[in-house]
Structures are given as C-alpha cells and as structure tokens.
Design a protein around this ligand. Structure first.
Ligand code: 9MR
Length: 448
C-alpha cells in the first residue's frame, strides 16, 4: 500500500512536472535577413516591445534585424505621462539593445494625434503655448538620444485619405506649418538624424500620397530639413498596390530617402497554406520594390511575430500579419522577405502533420533529464532535426538517440542513423541530460 501510494505520488509529481510544448515545423533561413539586406545596401527592421527583448524574441530581434523601431516606447504619452515627469525606461532599453546588437534605431514618433498624454490633449492651450510645448517635447526627446537615432518619424499621419490635412491638435492649433517647425526643431536637436514624415495608405500613387509628395516638394523648396518619407504599409492580403515601386521612385526623385516603416499583411483568420503563400508573395513584392529603388533604405516590419502584432485587437477576425508565427517559427512570409533580399534558402521540406514535443521528465537541484517526441499523423519523415533556444542558460550535457549540439543558447538535435524514420501514425523519441540553475523554462521547439 505504502509503495503504491509512493508510486502514485511520484507519478503525479512527474506528470505535474511534465511540460509539453509543440510547434509547427520550420527553421529560419541560413543567412539572417539583416545580412541579406546589407548585401543589397538595405536595412531591415522591426518594431519591438522593450520588455520582450529577452529569450527567443530577443534572439530573433538581435539576429535577424539591423534596425529597431520602438512600437510605443517613444510616443509622447509613453515618455511624459504627467507633465514634466518623464519615463524613458523602455525607450532607453530598446536603444541600448540596438547598440549592443549593432542596430540602428528609428525613433517613433514625435508629433502625432494619437497616444498623447491626457494632460496635453485635455489642456486648453493658446497657440503660443502649444507651439512651445511641442518645441520643448521635440528638443527634449531628440536631444536625449542625440547621435544614437538614425532616423526620426518626426511627423506621423498628417493627412486625410483625400489628401487634405487631418484635423488634429497640431493642425487646428498651429496650422500646416507645425510640420515645418517640427522638422526644424528636430534638426536643431540632432543635426545627424534623418528626419521623416510617415503615413499610411500612401504606398501607391493616390490622392493621399500625392498630397505627401507635394508637401515634401514644398518643404524641400523652402529649405526645411526633410530627409525622408515613411510608407507605413499596413497592407491587406493580396492588395499590394501595383504602383508601389513607381511611388517610391517619385519620392526618391524628389531627393529624399524612402522607408517602408510598418509593414504587415493581415488576413482573415484562420490562416491556411494558400493565404500564407499569398502573404509570402505580398511581402516579397514589397521588399522587392524597395530593393529596386536605391533611395529606399529600410524595410521595417511592424512586429516580427504574430503574437506581437497590433492587428488582431484592431481588426477583429484578422491577424497572422507578420513573418513569424505565435511561437516564433518563421512563416512563408519570412522566406518571401529573404528571397526578395537575394536569399537562396528555401523553406525546409514540409513537415506538416508532424510535431515535436519537449518535456522535462526528471529534475534535480542542478540537472534535469529531457525528452523530445517527434510524432506524425497524416505525414511521415525520413529524417528530422529539432531546434530550440534556451531562455534561462540551460546547457545540454549529454544526449541519446540523437546528435545534439549547443551554441550559446541555441540547441540543434538531428536524428541518429537508426531513428530518422517517423511513420505516419508513429513517433520516435530522444533524450538528453542538461544543467540548469534558477529556473528551467520549457523552450519553444521547432521541427525541420
Ligand atoms: O503598434 C502600436 C499599438 O501597440 C498601439 O496600440 C497603437 C495605438 O495607436 O499604435 C500602434 O502603432 C501604430 C503606429 O504608431 C503608427 N501607425 C499605425 C500603427 C498601428 O496602429
């Protein structure tokens, strides 16, 4: 009885400790996007959330991209929630991460009608007060990061769809010259930073992009410091404007740089392989249009993983808009970007129908035993590779029934000669011992 109870409690202990994680098959291209882009003279970036820059998210952000844009951290409402009291924590963290990883930062954004602090939007200001608040804000923020920000989205979303100026706090209070003044103040605070006007639905040639074109032309004519235009590119599946490259070219011909600043391609959920293939084609054609124009300097995605995208909460029923899935596995869109940048790596053979599940089967003070089960249903494999990245410094010390190598946090395990075959409806396992300290979180496992 006693031994039965011990056995039972041991079993429940093990079951309780058993942590499973499965992820769809995929592995990233051999050459990181940032290296492919560099070979084409381009920068490839992503919007990021500062608090997430650790573990797999941090590894991908650092390895694949040569530019980071704070998704929210540099907006006025984030940095000065109470008048005169600043919070630079997340913005500083992103800039430091970028510097540690040899990346540029795109500052986003100084003058906008959204995400302003309520003390500002609820206040009642004379035009002189508003002007000095704005000048102060720009001098303070641009000055703080002087020399460390490659480009600033100085003015964000100034136009309506018909090309008239959007009615905002700034336009209503200061007139259209708030734009020229903001650029001039930003230039004074950091003469080396490239200064942009950024907007959405200006990717193709249309009334809105023509208004932007005319504005940039007149700013240039007046000698106002304007270095570039940002085409946000929040696109819908299958709807890349046919005039994208022509539009990029007409801005370039004005003598300014162009950046694709917030690229994503949303689709009605659920995603399926046809939609994902269309999305890959869409990403590829956007990146190719930028590659085709010398002055298109940067393509930035608005979050690299579906789990980090603004789309699902803003467009209910839509999502899957980024190049990596919820589990940080690269999607066909990732390979679309890589191909447009000259990458030759093609996605690994499909392992749809097969999954890899990682579990900790035993754990003691400094070590643990792990197991990965590769199972197929409606598919089969003749060889396999499993990858994961440890998030807490774990180290594989010994493996059986697979050959495992670990480089930094990245572990790759390939089948042994005798267990590469996983039949339809069957599974194989391999095991390993590892060391841990502090915590032993289960990594995301990908099968390729
Ligand atoms: O990605 C941002 C999201 O987290 C915020 O909730 C949202 C608030 O407006 O802003 C998002 O970013 C926007 C960017 O700053 C400007 N262009 C549109 C982006 C998507 O809304």
């Amino acid at each position: 009885m006693r031994s039965l109870r011990t056995a039972l409690s041991l079993a429940s202990l093990v079951t309780g400790a058993l942590m499973l994680f499965t992820a769809p098959a995929a592995h990233a291209a051999d050459t990181p996007l940032r290296d492919l882009a560099a070979a084409k003279g381009k920068i490839v970036g992503t919007a990021v959330t500062g608090s997430k820059l650790t573990g797999t998210y941090g590894d991908i952000a650092g390895a694949q991209f040569s530019s980071l844009t704070p998704g929210n951290a540099m907006k006025w409402g984030s940095v000065e929630p109470t008048q005169g009291s600043f919070n630079w924590t997340e913005a500083d963290q992103i800039v430091a991460f970028a510097e540690a990883h040899g990346q540029q930062v795109r500052g986003h954004t100084l003058v906008w009608h959204n995400q302003n602090p309520s003390w500002l939007t609820n206040g009642s200001w004379t035009s002189a007060q508003l002007s000095s608040l704005l000048q102060n804000h720009i001098s303070t923020e641009v000055g703080r990061y002087k020399g460390r920000i490659a480009a600033w989205d100085v003015v964000n979303e100034p136009f309506n769809e018909d090309g008239t100026y959007r009615s905002t706090l700034w336009y209503n209070g200061l007139g259209a010259d708030y734009i020229a003044n903001a650029l001039t103040w930003a230039h004074a605070a950091d003469p080396a930073a490239k200064l942009y006007i950024n907007d959405y639905n200006v990717e193709g040639v249309n009334a809105k992009s023509t208004a932007l074109y005319n504005l940039v032309k007149s700013l240039k004519d007046r000698g106002v410091p304007i270095d570039g235009v940002g085409l946000q590119a929040h696109l819908i599946l299958g709807q890349v404007p046919s005039t994208l490259q022509q539009n990029i070219q007409r801005f370039a011909d004005l003598g300014v740089d162009v950046a694709i600043t917030e690229l994503d391609v949303r689709m009605a959920l659920p995603a399926d392989s046809a939609k994902l293939a269309q999305q890959a084609a869409d990403y590829k054609s956007v990146v190719a249009a930028c590659v085709a124009v010398a002055r298109c300097v940067n393509v930035t995605v608005w979050g690299f993983a579906d789990s980090d995208s603004w789309v699902p909460s803003t467009f209910p029923g839509y999502g899957a808009a980024t190049p990596y899935d919820d589990n940080y596995a690269p999607k066909p869109a990732y390979y679309g970007i890589a191909e447009a940048l000259g990458g030759t790596t093609t996605p690994p053979p499909s392992t749809d129908g097969c999954t890899a599940a990682y579990s900790v089967t035993n754990q003691w003070s400094t070590g643990f035993t792990g197991e990965v089960r590769i199972a197929c249903s409606g598919a089969s494999l003749s060889s396999w590779k499993v990858n994961w990245t440890y998030g807490a410094g774990q180290q594989v010390t010994q493996a059986w029934n697979a050959t495992c190598t670990q480089s930094g946090a990245a572990v790759t395990c390939a089948n042994a000669s005798y267990n590469g075959t996983v039949p339809d409806g069957g599974s194989v396992t391999f095991g390993f011992n590892g060391s841990w300290s502090g915590s032993n979180p289960v990594p995301t496992v990908t099968l390729g």
